[in-house]
Design a protein around this ligand. Structure first.
Ligand code: COA
Ligand code: AMP
Length: 632
C-alpha cells in the first residue's frame, strides 16, 4: 500500500475512510451517522452507534474462541512476580468486579478514581468501570495526595479504587494512606474506597468507607457489558496545562475503539495474537491506550511491567522481558533508553538476549534526540520509530506508519502525519508557514476519531485552550516545522508545560507552590535541559527582605513542599536565590530568556527588558551554584 494515497484518502474522504475502519469492530448498534456536530458545534464520531470497550477487549475474543490466549503478562521485578492472565481469567476478574461496583450503587455516568500501581487489578478496575458505563479517571501514583484531592474535587467520584501500596525499586509507596489524606483534603467525599491488599507489609489504616477489593470480587456475580452510546465518555484523564489546575481530557467510546484498532494495524504493525509492550504506566495516556485498550481490543497479549529500565535489578531488564515473553513490538520513552545507555553504553546486556522476536521499537513521550535514536537502532538492529502524540489526541498524530509502508527516516523528525490528522504549521497570525519555517503545530478540524471530546466540567477552557487560538484548527501546544520533503519536526512546547522523564508537568503549578512560601517575594519556575530526563524544573526565587531564616533551609523547605504538594514525579530539586528577576517594563517575567541562559543557548535581550544588567547577575548565580544544569 502507498502511504501518500492512503493518507490523502483519509483527509479527503474522512466519512468513508472511518466508516470502513469502524467496521473492524463489533458494535451492539452499528452507527449510521459517521461524522456529525455536537450542539456546541464541535464534531463527534459515530453518534448513533453503540458498543462497549470492556466487551471489545474481552468478551469478543472469548466468543471468537481465543479465551485461552494470554491477555496480560504481569512482570514485576520489584516483587519477583510473573503472572499470565488469559482472556477467560480476565473476563472472570473484570465481570465480577463490575458486579461488585454495581452492588455498591455505581451506575452508568458515575465517576470513579483509580489510584493504583502497575498491577493487574489496575487494568481490571478500568475494564470493570467501562463494562457498566462508569467513567474512570486514573491518577498516576507519583502524584501526591494534594493532586489527588484536586482531581477528586473536579470529577467527584462516588468511589476510589486503590491498593495498599506500590513499590518504587525497593521503597514502599503508601497508596492507601495517600488516598485517605486526599479525601481528608478534598471537599467532595467519595462514598467508598475499594482497597486491594497486596500483602507487602504496608500500613493500611482502616476507615469506615473502606471495602476490601478481594472480598468484593469474591462475593459478586459476573455482569454483562452494557451497551453504551459511541459518544459516552469512557474516561477522564487529567493532564497538565498552562495554569495550576489540571485539565480533565474526556475520551469517547466508539471513536476511541475505532482509532485504537486502526493504529495497532497501521501505525504499530501489530497483528492479533502478537505480544505488545508499552513500558509506561496506566496513569498516563500511553498506559490507557497502549497498555490497556488498544492491545486488548486488537487481541494481543499486553505486558504489564512493574519496574524501571534500570535498577530493577539492572539495565538488562527491558531486554530480559522482550526475550522471555517474546515481545514483537515495544514502545518506551527516549528517557528510558538514555538511562539504559548510561549504564550500558556498549549495549553488552543487549547481546546477552535473543531478541529475534522484536520487529519494531517505538519511542514517544518527549523529543527524541538523534544520539538516542541512533544508539537504539545500532544495538537493537530493528527499525526505531519516533512518533508524536499527546494525552489530548489519545493515539499517534505523527509516525512512520509501518503497517502501511515503511518510509525513510530523518532523525529528529517523527516522520509524517498519521491518517486522519491534517497537520499544518501556522505562523503567529495563523498563516501556513513555508520553507521549513518554525511555527505552531495545529491540526485542521475535524480531528479523527478517538481524540478528546472536551474538558470535564469546563467546555470554555477546552474552546479557549485548543480551538480559539487558530479558528478552524486544533492547537497542539507544540512548536515545529515541516521540511521540503514533508517531514515534520517537533521542537517542543510553546507554553509552560515541561516534559520530565517523559512525564508531562506544569511549571505554573510548581510556581504556585513556590510562591506560596512565606519567605518568597517572587519566583519563576521553568524547564532546563537534563541529559537524562530531557528536561527538569528549576526555580529562581527572590526572598523577602529582612528574613532571619537560613537560606539553605528555605531552599530545602521549598523543595520539600513541591514534593509534598505535587509529588516526587515533579523531580523539583533545584532552587536558586537571585536578587531580582528579569522582567519586561510591563512587569512580565522573561522565563524564556532565563531558560535560554541556563541552557547556554543563543538569546536576544528583548528591547522591552526593564534592566539589561540583570542578565549578568543571573549568569553569575547559575555559575556559582553549579546546580547541575546539563547534568543529571
Ligand atoms: N509512584 C510513586 N512515586 C513515583 C512513581 C510512582 N508511580 N513514579 C515515579 N515516582 C518517584 C520516583 O521514585 C522518584 O522519586 P525520588 O525523587 O525519591 O527518587 C521520582 O518520582 C522521580 O521519578 P522518575 O522521573 O521516574 O525518576 P527516576 O530517577 O526514578 O528514574 C528513569 C528515571 C528515566 C529511569 C524513569 O523516569 C523512567 O523509566 N522513565 C520512563 C518514563 C515513561 O515511560 N514515561 C511514560 C511516557 S511514554
Ligand atoms: P503527554 O500528553 O503527556 O503525552 O505529553 C505530550 C507532549 O509530549 C507533546 O505535546 C510534546 O510536547 C511531547 N512529545 C510527545 N512525543 C513527542 C515526540 N515524539 N517528539 C517530540 N515531543 C513529543
Amino acid at each position: 500500500m502507498n502511504y501518500q494515497d492512503f493518507y490523502k484518502n483519509s483527509i479527503d474522504n474522512p466519512q468513508d475512510f472511518w466508516k470502513e475502519q469502524s467496521e473492524e469492530l463489533d458494535w451492539f448498534v452499528k452507527p449510521s451517522k459517521i461524522l456529525s456536530n455536537t450542539k456546541d458545534g464541535y464534531h463527534q464520531w459515530f453518534e448513533d452507534g453503540e458498543t462497549n470497550l470492556s466487551y471489545l477487549c474481552i468478551d469478543k475474543h472469548i466468543k471468537d474462541g481465543f479465551g485461552h490466549q494470554n491477555a496480560i503478562i504481569y512482570d514485576s521485578p520489584v516483587t519477583n512476580t510473573k503472572q499470565k492472565i488469559t482472556y477467560h481469567e480476565l473476563y472472570d476478574q473484570v465481570s465480577k468486579l463490575a458486579g461488585g461496583l454495581q452492588s455498591l450503587g455505581l451506575q452508568k455516568g458515575d465517576t470513579v478514581i483509580i489510584y493504583m500501581p502497575m498491577i493487574p487489578q489496575a487494568v481490571f478496575a478500568m475494564l470493570a468501570c467501562v463494562r457498566i458505563g462508569v467513567i474512570h479517571s486514573v491518577v498516576f501514583g507519583g502524584f501526591a495526595p494534594h493532586e489527588l484531592a484536586i482531581r477528586i474535587d473536579d470529577c467527584k467520584p462516588k468511589a476510589v479504587i486503590t491498593a495498599s501500596s506500590g513499590i518504587e525499586i525497593d521503597r514502599i509507596i503508601p497508596y492507601k494512606p495517600f488516598v485517605d489524606e486526599a479525601i481528608n483534603q478534598a471537599s467532595h467525599k467519595p462514598k467508598n474506597v475499594i482497597v486491594f491488599n497486596r500483602h507487602l507489609k504496608a500500613d493500611i489504616p482502616k476507615k469506615n468507607y473502606d471495602i476490601d477489593y478481594t472480598e468484593l470480587v469474591n462475593s459478586s456475580k459476573s455482569v454483562p457489558a452494557i451497551s453504551v452510546e459511541s459518544t459516552h465518555p469512557s474516561y477522564i484523564l487529567y493532564t497538565s496545562g498552562t495554569t495550576g489546575t489540571p485539565k480533565g481530557i474526556i475520551r469517547d467510546t466508539g471513536g476511541y475503539a475505532t482509532a485504537l484498532k486502526f493504529s495497532m494495524r497501521y501505525v504499530y504493525g501489530v497483528n492479533p495474537g502478537d505480544v505488545f509492550w508499552a513500558a509506561s504506566d496506566v496513569g498516563w495516556v500511553v498506559g490507557h491506550s497502549y497498555i490497556v485498550y488498544a492491545p486488548l481490543i486488537n487481541r494481543n497479549t499486553t505486558i504489564l511491567f512493574e519496574g524501571k529500565p534500570i535498577r530493577t535489578p539492572d539495565a538488562s531488564t527491558f531486554w530480559r522481558v522482550i526475550s522471555e515473553h517474546s515481545v514483537n513490538v515495544m514502545f518506551t520513552a527516549p528517557t528510558a533508553i538514555r538511562a539504559i545507555k548510561k549504564e550500558d553504553p556498549h549495549g553488552r546486556f543487549i547481546k546477552q538476549f535473543d531478541l529475534s522476536c522484536l520487529k519494531y521499537q517505538f519511542l514517544a513521550g518527549e523529543r527524541c534526540d538523534v544520539a538516542t535514536l541512533q544508539w537504539t537502532q545500532t544495538h537493537l538492529n530493528v527499525p526505531v520509530i519516533d512518533h508524536w502524540w499527546q494525552t489530548e489526541s489519545g493515539w499517534p498524530m505523527l509516525a512512520n506508519m509501518v503497517g502501511v509502508a515503511q518510509e525513510d527516516v530523518k532523525p529528529g523528525s517523527a516522520t509524517f502525519p498519521v491518517c486522519g490528522y491534517d497537520i499544518r504549521i501556522l505562523s503567529e497570525d495563523g498563516e501556513e508557514t513555508t520553507n521549513s519555517a518554525e511555527g505552531y503545530v495545529a491540526v485542521k478540524l475535524p480531528l479523527p476519531p478517538g481524540t478528546l471530546m472536551s474538558l470535564w466540567g469546563n467546555p470554555e477552557r477546552f474552546k479557549k485552550g485548543y480551538l480559539d487560538r487558530f479558528p478552524g484548527y486544533y492547537f497542539s501546544g507544540d512548536g515545529g516545522y515541516q521540511d521540503e520533503d514533508g517531514y515534520i519536526f517537533i521542537t517542543g512546547r510553546v507554553d509552560d508545560v515541561i516534559n520530565v522523564a517523559g512525564h508531562r508537568l506544569s511549571t505554573a503549578e510548581m510556581e504556585e507552590v513556590v510562591a506560596a512560601h512565606a519567605a518568597v517575594a517572587e519566583c519563576a519556575v521553568f524547564g532546563v535541559h537534563c541529559d537524562l530526563k530531557g528536561q527538569k524544573p528549576l526555580g529562581l526565587i527572590v526572598l523577602k527582605s529582612e528574613l532571619d531564616q537560613d537560606v539553605s533551609n528555605i531552599q530545602k523547605d521549598i523543595i520539600k513542599r513541591v514534593r509534598h504538594e505535587i509529588g516526587a514525579v515533579a523531580s523539583f530539586k533545584d532552587v536558586l536565590v537571585v536578587e531580582r528577576l528579569p522582567k519586561t517594563r510591563s512587569g512580565k517575567i522573561l522565563r524564556k530568556l532565563l531558560r535560554n541562559i541556563a541552557d547556554e543557548l543563543n538569546y536576544n535581550i528583548p528591547s522591552t527588558i526593564d534592566d539589561p544588567n540583570i542578565i549578568e547577575e543571573i549568569k553569575v548565580v547559575y555559575q556559582n551554584h553549579q546546580i547541575g544544569i546539563h547534568k543529571n
